[in-house]
Write a protein that binds this ligand. Structure first.
Ligand code: NAD
Ligand code: UGA
Length: 469
């Protein structure tokens, strides 16, 4: 029986390994983590992350060929293939702070693998890492090898949160990069065989190590660039009377461009887009390519501009001050169908409004009060170092309260900001909400989810992203 061990039981490690266990009954999969609370949650009925379909898979496989454990060294020692899916946050201090990837967690995992291994291993980079990381990992492993042979593969993950299981079942592609030596190719084939249990062969792409590492950063940069492009256009739409939904539709009809990922928004969030682009920018700078670095930096700058623009619009429309006014925040997660708040645009928008002394009443379908308090009291980039080690320190400001539903959040409010596109925000009883708000009652729809015309008929003043008033 092939044994797989995955170091890191997070958003990627957990679902990815659960699907491998489901699709490959002949493989024994151990998911290990240094966080005892995370492992305990994986072993409970309340999994640490919410993904449609995940619960059923874990229930089906856990205790058979899938286990979650804190016995990191034991399972690493026993495995044939080791996936490393630890967090790779942005460095907060030292060389490259604010841009470069912090590989502390990766390096400590690699050193531990070298310490405990007693047989040859295939080590798979599942985390998103800077191009050439495999070279560094190889050095750590081979210089501490005690005669053991390691093959390093790059197998970046392309799943999106909220659709993780669907993406894992039906990936657009699986990418495997390895050394162009006979041993490297053999390792690629071994990993390919795992995926071939359910992924059609023509969707499994094999490349050299550096192409695989860079393709992941490039894919995220291209995706984020599309959102910044449509968001930049949304500003121009507001200035000219064009409608961003119509423009995006017309542009997306070109089969060379395509219709997906063209929704204007308050800005993109999530744990990876910003981190990976900053990382790409840093790599370009280190390789003496400042023009390329500046090109990609613009994607982040437009995203920051979009979030600021949203806050400015709220404040300026509400007679240039929100001081002491109650603003309902509907949605805090970085996108719908997840409870994840990492780099959510809601954090910047809330901090911007708090800076203008607004009182916020926040409601999200999935995110807990503790998480919201923690996010609003944390410094930029601190969130991924890592979250479970940082106790929530409530900001203790009377300015923020967390509501249990949208009606409670909006009661007595002067304005509503919709920051996540949760489906339930489309079907709220806006007549009832209007009746319980101060007038004029404002709606700032940061996701273009409500029917602005209908709300205007009720009496709301509605601002949508990239649409005429
Ligand atoms: P995460 O923070 O949810 O999980 C990482 C886990 O690794 C944590 O539970 C942490 O405790 C554990 N860990 C850290 N160091 C460890 C060590 N030495 N030994 C054992 N466990 C250790 O992160 P994530 O969202 O799963 O992301 C992991 C990687 O995958 C990142 O590089 C990210 O860029 C990439 N990625 C993420 C997504 C996504 O949707 N979240 C998608 C594709 C790729
Ligand atoms: C993204 C990529 O889609 C995945 O392929 C990748 O594996 C992952 O990053 C990663 O490397 O972490 P994710 O961040 O989970 O996945 O979610 P997306 O659906 O890409 O959304 C990211 C952000 O962009 C969200 O805030 C979303 O609301 C926003 N977005 C997305 C828009 O504003 N407009 C769009 O048209 C699409």
């Amino acid at each position: 029986m092939v044994k797989i061990c995955c170091i890191g039981a997070g958003y990627v490690g957990g679902p990815t390994m659960a699907v491998i266990a489901l699709k490959c009954p002949a493989i024994e999969v151990a998911v290990v983590d240094i966080s005892a609370s995370r492992i305990a949650a994986w072993n409970s009925d309340q999994l640490p992350i919410y993904e449609a379909g995940l619960d059923e898979i874990v229930k089906q496989c856990r205790g058979k060929n899938l286990l979650f454990s804190t016995a990191v060294e034991k399972h690493v020692a026993e495995a044939d293939i080791i996936f490393v899916s630890v967090n790779t946050p942005t460095k907060t201090r030292g060389l490259g702070a604010g841009k470069a990837a912090d590989l502390t967690y990766w390096e400590s995992a690699a050193r531990m693998i070298a310490d405990v291994s007693k047989s040859n291993k295939i080590v798979v980079e599942k985390s998103t890492v800077p191009v050439k990381t495999a070279e560094a990992i190889e050095k750590i492993l081979t210089h501490n090898s005690k005669g053991i042979k390691y093959q390093i593969l790059s197998n970046p993950e392309f799943l999106a949160e909220g659709t993780a299981i669907e993406d894992l079942f039906n990936p657009d592609r699986v990418l495997i990069g390895g050394r162009e030596t006979a041993e490297g190719q053999k390792a690629i084939q071994a990993l390919k065989q795992v995926y071939a249990n359910w992924v059609p062969e023509d969707r499994i792409i094999t490349t050299n190590l550096w192409s695989a590492e860079l393709s992941k950063l490039a894919a995220n940069a291209f995706l984020a660039q599309r959102i910044s492009s449509v968001n930049a256009m949304s500003a121009l739409c507001e200035a000219t009377g064009a409608n961003i939904s119509q423009v995006a539709h017309a542009v997306g009809k070109d089969s060379r461009i395509g219709p997906k990922f063209l929704n204007a928004s308050v800005g993109f969030g999530g744990s990876c887009f910003q981190k990976d682009i900053l990382n790409l920018v840093y790599i370009c700078e280190c390789n003496g390519l400042p023009e390329v670095a500046n090109y990609w930096k613009q994607v982040i700058q437009v995203n920051d501009y979009q979030k600021n623009r949203f806050v400015n619009r709220v404040v300026s429309s509400m007679f240039n001050t929100v001081s002491g006014k109650k603003i309902a925040i509907l949605g805090f997660a970085f996108k719908k169908d997840t409870g994840d708040t990492r780099e959510t645009p809601a954090i910047d928008v809330c901090k911007g409004l708090l800076g203008d002394k607004a009182h916020l009443s926040i409601y999200d379908v999935q995110v807990t009060e503790e998480q919201i308090q923690r996010d609003l009291s944390m410094n930029k980039f601190d969130w991924d170092h890592p979250i479970h080690l940082q106790p929530a320190s409530p900001i203790g400001v009377k300015q923020v309260s967390v509501a249990w539903d949208a009606y409670e959040a909006t009661k007595g409010a002067h304005g509503i900001c919709i920051l996540t596109e949760w489906d339930e925000f489309k079907t709220l009883d806006y007549n009832k909400i209007f009746d319980h708000m101060h007038k004029p009652a404002f709606v700032f729809d940061g996701r273009n989810v409500v029917d602005a015309e209908k709300l205007r008929q009720i009496g709301f003043i509605v601002y949508s992203i990239g649409k005429p008033l």
